[in-house]
Design a protein around this ligand. Structure first.
Ligand code: HEC
Ligand code: HEC
Ligand code: HEC
Ligand code: HEC
Ligand code: HEC
Length: 188
C-alpha cells in the first residue's frame, strides 16, 4: 500500500462529516414514518376488533349461557329470516323477565321498552359489507360450532368480534372443508 491511499486526510474527514449530517434527516424521517405506520396499524386493528358498541341494556351472555345454562337457540333462531336478523325480540326477554329479577335496574329498563312497545335498539357487533352474501343455515347444517366464527360467546359478559370475518378467513375454511369457492358463492 502506498502512503497516499492509506492516509486519512482532512478532505476525507469533511466528506464523512457531511455524509453523517446528510443522513440525520433521513434517519429522523424514517423514524417518524415507522412510528406513523405502527400507530396507524394499531389504530386500525383497535377500531376493527377491539371496540365494542355501547348497548342499550347491559346484557351478559355469561349470565344467561354459562351461569344459567340456556342454549343459544333460546334466543337466536338463525334459520329463520326475521326482521330482527337473529337478535331476539323483546317478547323473548319478557317471557322470563316478567318475573325473573324483575326488580333489578337493568330489567326495569327492559320493562320500560316493553311498556312503550318499543324494540330494544341493539347495536350490531358483526357486520359484513353489503356486497357479501352470508347465511348461517349452510354452516350450521354442516355442523360448525358457533365458536368457529364467534369465539367463546358463552363466556363473554359483553359480545366482541374475535375473528376477522375478512375474505381470507372465509376462503381458508371453504378450501379446507371443500365448500364452494366460486366468487358468486359469496358475492352478488
Ligand atoms: C337469553 C338470550 C340469549 C342467549 C341464550 C344467547 N344470546 Fe347471543 N345475543 C343475545 C342478545 C340480546 C344479543 C344482542 C346484544 C349483544 O350484542 O350483547 C346477542 C348477540 C349475539 C351475537 C352478536 C350479534 C351481532 O350483533 O353481531 C352473537 C355472535 C351471539 N349473540 C351468539 C350467541 C351464542 C353463540 C350463544 C350460545 C352460546 C348465544 N348468543 C346465546 C341474546 C342471547
Ligand atoms: C329463559 C329465561 C331468560 C330469558 C329468555 C332471558 N333471561 Fe335475562 N336472565 C335470566 C336469568 C335466570 C338471569 C339471572 C338472574 C339473577 O341472577 O338474579 C338473567 C339475568 C339478566 C340480566 C342481569 C340482571 C341483573 O342485573 O342481575 C339482564 C340485564 C338480563 N337478564 C336481560 C335479558 C334480556 C335483554 C333478555 C332478552 C334478550 C333476556 N334477559 C332473556 C333468564 C332469562
Ligand atoms: C361460518 C361462520 C359462522 C358461524 C359458524 C356462526 N356465525 Fe353467526 N355470524 C357470522 C357472520 C359472518 C355474521 C355477520 C353477518 C352479516 O353481517 O350479515 C354473523 C352474525 C351473527 C349474529 C347477528 C345477527 C345476524 O343474524 O346476523 C348472531 C346473533 C349470530 N351470528 C349468532 C350465531 C350463533 C348462535 C351461531 C351458532 C349456532 C353462529 N352465529 C354461527 C358467522 C358465523
Ligand atoms: C369454519 C369454516 C367456514 C368458515 C369460516 C366459513 N364457511 Fe361458508 N361454508 C362452510 C361449509 C362447511 C359450508 C357448507 C358447504 C356445503 O354444504 O357443501 C359453507 C357454505 C357456505 C355458503 C353456501 C354455499 C352453497 O352454495 O351451498 C356460503 C354462501 C358461505 N358458506 C359463505 C361464507 C362466508 C361469506 C364466510 C365468511 C364470512 C364463510 N362462509 C365462512 C364453512 C365455512
Ligand atoms: C367464501 C366466501 C368468499 C368467496 C368464495 C369470495 N369472497 Fe370476496 N369477500 C368475502 C368477504 C367476507 C369479503 C368482505 C371482507 C371485508 O370485511 O372487508 C370479501 C371482499 C371482497 C372484495 C372487496 C375487497 C376486500 O378485500 O374487502 C373483493 C373485490 C372480492 N371480495 C372479490 C372476490 C373475488 C374476485 C372472488 C372469486 C375469486 C371472491 N371475492 C370470492 C368473501 C368471499
Amino acid at each position: 500500500m502506498t502512503e497516499e491511499t492509506s492516509v486519512w486526510t482532512e478532505e476525507d474527514e469533511k466528506k464523512l462529516t457531511n455524509r453523517i449530517w446528510r443522513a440525520i434527516p433521513v434517519v429522523i424521517a424514517g423514524y417518524f414514518l415507522l412510528l406513523f405506520l405502527t400507530v396507524g396499524a394499531l389504530y386500525a386493528y383497535w377500531n376493527r376488533y377491539m371496540t365494542v358498541p355501547e348497548q342499550p341494556i347491559n346484557f351478559s351472555h355469561k349470565i344467561h349461557v354459562f351461569d344459567n345454562g340456556l342454549p343459544c337457540s333460546t334466543c337466536h333462531k338463525l334459520f329463520e329470516k326475521s326482521s330482527t336478523a337473529g337478535i331476539p325480540a323483546i317478547e323473548t326477554c319478557m317471557s322470563c323477565h316478567k318475573s325473573v329479577a324483575a326488580g333489578k335496574p337493568e330489567i326495569k329498563k327492559v320493562r320500560a321498552f316493553w311498556d312503550r312497545k318499543e324494540p330494544i335498539p341493539w347495536e350490531r357487533v358483526h357486520n359484513l359489507p353489503d356486497h357479501v352474501l352470508f347465511s348461517h343455515k349452510p354452516h350450521i347444517k354442516a355442523g360448525l360450532d358457533c365458536a368457529a366464527c364467534h369465539g367463546e360467546i358463552k363466556a363473554m359478559p359483553v359480545v366482541k368480534q374475535v375473528r376477522s370475518l375478512e375474505m381470507g378467513f372465509c376462503v381458508q375454511c371453504h378450501r379446507k372443508k371443500n365448500a364452494p369457492l366460486e366468487c358468486a358463492t359469496c358475492h352478488k
